[in-house]
Design a protein around this ligand. Structure first.
Ligand SMILES: [Zn+2]
Length: 64
């Protein structure tokens, strides 16, 4: 039996790396996140969905 490969076409979603301004933790998320993204370490809100493009609440953003 062969595993069926499912290739999901990605819409204009980019991965971005954001740095928490409070604790310096870096984590990777989508540029169009549809849920609130919080820092894994301190719980600070880093990305807030706005219906379209997510609002990034940190200035330290890198494209991955
Ligand atoms: Zn943090």
């Amino acid at each position: 039996m062969r595993k069926r490969e499912v290739l999901t076409p990605m819409p204009k979603t980019k991965f971005i790396k954001i740095e928490c301004p409070d604790c310096g933790n870096e984590q990777v998320t989508f540029s169009h996140a549809s849920i609130v993204v919080k820092c894994n370490i301190c719980g600070r809100e880093l990305v807030r969905p706005t219906g379209g493009k997510a609002k990034i609440l940190t200035e330290k953003i890198k494209e991955v």
